[in-house]
Design a protein around this ligand. Structure first.
Ligand code: AMP
Ligand code: GLY
Length: 419
């Protein structure tokens, strides 16, 4: 088969690699891909060039397109390709609203009794402030729309929340996505990511994972796209996972279908395990980054064949490895605000149980340099998370990384809970 992966980040590198190692897949194309994706043929077409993606797929007999990032999904790439008769794994624009509009997602959850934080939505800063005062702190303020995980403020005080809502509404801090804000109840508990392969009412859950959103050790500093992840998550029991499946994932997929926009793609539920069970913080309509880099390598079945058969409506149950994967993101100084570009990177050799994913790099004559906020992710797979963490940090410690920073405590919540 020939598969075309849309995107250029670390997540897409992991997707490309998984397809490249699938016996059923002969060629993996990436649009645009990146210099680090040596397993793919990068075709120099951007994620938003829908017409060129369609044209390339037709001319080259691509069996299906797999869409990595949210933006082309929220702008209708899947609809465009389907209309052109090209098979695509990624939701329609209507189904992707579960991620692209927080107001849509919240109303959808309310309509279908899917557990989530209590919320209210505002376009007026004065009304937002009054609501914040009536609810008290801690409280969470979110810009509506896509803000790459950065349009969220978990406020400790009412004043901080009011300021955040004002900034989002008046200051145009997050551009278009800040024209309305969602203010929601603070949920207390462990956070985890529950991703599933979905095609209509067919759902295949993946192993659970946990991201680390804050920039610095001890969950301090600004929110980022994610500084590291691991899978599986030892402190969520299989019973809690099953409950989250029955209370959140399945009703969401079923309701999207019942409302007339069946979901095809990766449905990502960002959950908090509260005392009353798992509650949704957000849905995403695609694979998580960096969660993909630690979850997808656990797949023990042919990824290409699995997606192909799922799209054909003839799925099989995928097998997963009983291993632990943990990965650490190396970010450029300045991230998440203004990351430095062009930092030279050391050469690292990948061996059996280590992987290096390129998140934001560029190849120059004498090697790779940084070309984004998140630069590389190094992962290790081992029998236990502790062993995987030790292995990753040992590899990082063997090289010098001037200009880059990383968290030293990826997996700390899992360690704390492992008995
Ligand atoms: P989001 O972009 O919606 O995933 O939010 C970014 C981060 O803010 C999440 O990963 C959580 O750690 C935190 N967060 C968001 N909403 C809530 C909430 N209602 N209660 C507690 N923490 C939250
Ligand atoms: N790692 C969180 C996300 O991909 O949204």
């Amino acid at each position: 088969m020939k598969v075309l992966v849309i995107g250029r980040g670390g997540r897409e590198h992991a997707i490309v690699r998984q397809f490249a190692s699938s016996p059923s897949v002969g060629t993996v194309y990436a649009a645009p891909g990146s210099d680090g994706m040596t397993e793919a043929e990068c075709i120099g077409i951007g994620e938003m060039e829908f017409d060129r993606i369609a044209e390339f797929s037709k001319e080259n007999g691509v069996d299906f397109v797999f869409v990595g990032p949210e933006q082309p999904l929220s702008e209708g790439l899947s609809d465009y390709l389907e209309e052109a008769g090209i098979r695509v794994f990624g939701p329609s624009k209507a189904a992707a609203r579960i991620e692209s509009s927080k107001t849509f997602a919240k109303e959808f959850m309310m309509r279908h009794g899917i557990p989530t934080a209590k919320y209210a939505s505002f376009t007026d800063a004065g009304e937002a402030a009054a609501y914040i005062r009536s609810q008290g702190a801690p409280i969470v303020v979110k810009a509506d729309g896509l803000a790459a995980g950065k349009g969220v403020v978990v406020a400790e005080t009412e004043a901080e929340a009011i300021q955040a809502a004002e900034d989002m509404l008046k200051g145009q801090k997050f551009g278009e996505s800040g024209s309305s804000v969602v203010i929601e109840e603070y949920l207390e508990g462990e956070e985890f990511s529950f991703m599933s392969f979905v095609h209509g009412s067919c759902i295949f859950p993946m192993p659970l994972s946990q991201d680390h959103k804050r920039a610095y050790d001890g969950d301090k500093g600004p929110n980022t796209g994610g500084m590291g992840a691991y899978s599986p998550v030892p402190f969520i029991t299989s019973r809690q996972k099953q409950e989250a499946f029955l209370n959140v994932v399945k009703p969401a997929a079923d309701a999207l279908e019942a409302e007339g926009y069946p979901f095809t793609g990766v449905l990502y539920a960002g959950l908090i395990q509260t005392r009353e069970g798992a509650k949704v913080i957000e849905f995403n309509a695609r694979f998580g980054d960096p969660e993909t880099q630690v979850v997808l390598p656990l797949l023990d079945s042919d990824f290409g064949e699995f997606i192909d058969r799922l799209l054909a409506g003839e799925p099989f149950q995928p097998e997963w490895k009983e291993e632990a994967v943990l990965g650490v993101v190396l970010a450029a100084e300045g991230y998440p605000a203004v990351p430095e570009k062009g930092i030279p990177l050391p050469r690292i050799t990948e061996t059996g149980h280590f992987s290096v994913y390129h998140s934001g790099t560029k190849k120059q004559a004498d090697g790779f340099v940084s070309n984004g906020g998140r630069v590389l992710m190094i992962t290790a797979s081992r029998e236990t998370l502790e062993e995987a963490a030790d292995a990753v940090y040992r590899v990082i410690g063997r090289h010098a990384w001037p200009g880059l920073f990383w968290r030293h405590d990826i997996g700390w919540r899992a360690k704390k809970r492992t008995i």
